[in-house]
Design a protein around this ligand. Structure first.
Ligand code: TXA
Ligand code: MG
Length: 331
């Protein structure tokens, strides 16, 4: 899915004019605005219904713009950028004084990422051709606050369609869950949100496993609130060995459910929606949000998700599902 030249041009024009553009990235779709323009950034919060103290990630065209946005960048942060950018890793760094506090939620740090999606990179390069090193696109996931992140342009339209002027379609997102966030503004790097880039990948650069701090409740990382990534239908995680009994009990109570399982194929005679996801964590992450969204539309009383294996490689999807379960069914 490659946008036409005129689409890129229109997207740049909208950004320069302080308007919103939804953009594809390799993780999830983002709701983008000119990060150097506080009035434009304010429109993101309004469109999402997001609290103003939640900081946004600034997307850049390349490493050479980092010093314009961040100061005192430690050597380890440069090594992480060299290894993982363009890609699904966000670095929290001390911000330069000029960076608007609307972007940083009033904090003295800024989140930066060079995304690995060719359409996002092309747009960022064209924006940089107009704006130079201060060309940053602030973009949270393009969903309403607390809801499931969009991994296709159609999902964005479903979430925010009529409220935003343009959705740049770059096809389905390859990774499917949000970037790993690592805070490099402290004396030691700390992972604030697990993602496709795992602690083991980070260990290869850091020389040891990073600490992980996904503090529930504190608004430092909005994805770290306990309730997040949530469908409107209630969601329960059920151990694989109890899955069929649980579903049958639910049926006997007269309830309907939709099932997401990497291991158990659809059962004969089961009238309910059933989705098998890949049994590996990368494939599972790639399809998870679309599956949750479909199941949320299935018109059932409950979404039942088979509990995941406990291995470290499942950390990121387990984190998203835990938060989805915490927030599900609340509207
Ligand atoms: O993959 C992604 O990261 C996607 C795509 C669009 O890039 N973006 C995304 O944005 O997930 P959002 O806003 O849904 O999540 C960004 C997270 C938030 O939890 C926010 O709190 C955290 O990044 N964040 C941003 N700046 C921060 C800062 N200065 N300190 C701590 N956390 C920060
Ligand atoms: Mg989000």
């Amino acid at each position: 899915m490659t946008p036409a030249d005129a689409d890129y041009q229109r997207a740049v024009d909208l950004l320069v004019a302080g308007e919103l553009v939804a953009i594809p990235t390799e993780t999830v779709y983002g709701l983008g605005a000119d990060a150097a323009n506080p009035a434009a950034v304010a429109k993101i919060f309004a469109a999402k219904g997001r609290p103003a103290d939640h900081p946004l990630i600034v997307h850049l065209a390349g490493h050479d713009a980092v010093d314009e946005w961040a100061e005192d960048v430690p050597a380890v942060a440069w090594e992480l950028m060299e290894t993982f950018w363009p890609g699904p890793l966000t670095l929290i760094l001390k911000k330069q004084a000029w960076v608007p506090s609307t972007v940083t939620g009033g904090q003295d740090t800024v989140g930066l990422r060079v995304p690995g999606h060719p359409v996002a990179l092309e747009l960022l390069r064209r924006f940089a051709a107009v704006r130079g090193k201060r060309a940053g696109i602030a973009a949270p996931s393009a969903n309403r606050f607390g809801r499931i992140s969009p991994t296709t342009a159609a999902h964005v339209a479903e979430e925010l369609g009529s409220t935003i002027p343009m959705i740049l379609d770059g096809g389905p997102c390859a990774v499917g869950i949000e970037s790993t966030i690592i805070d490099c503004s402290r004396s030691e790097p700390v992972v604030l949100r697990p993602g496709h880039i795992s602690p083991l990948h980070l260990e290869a650069v850091l020389g040891r496993l990073p600490a992980i701090e996904t503090s529930d409740g504190a608004p430092r990382v909005s994805g770290s609130l306990a309730a997040h990534y949530a469908p409107t239908t209630p969601l329960r995680m059920i151990a694989g060995e109890r899955l069929l009994d649980f579903i049958n009990a639910q049926r006997h109570r007269g309830g309907t459910c939709a099932v997401i399982s990497p291991n158990q194929p659809p059962q004969a005679g089961m009238p309910h929606a059933w989705r098998m996801l890949p049994a590996d964590p990368v494939g599972y992450a790639h399809e998870l949000y679309a599956a949750l969204r479909d199941m949320d539309h299935a018109g059932v009383d409950l979404i039942v998700v088979e509990a995941l294996p406990t291995g470290a490689e499942w950390t990121a999807v387990a984190d998203r599902l835990r938060r989805a379960a915490a927030g599900a069914g609340q509207t």
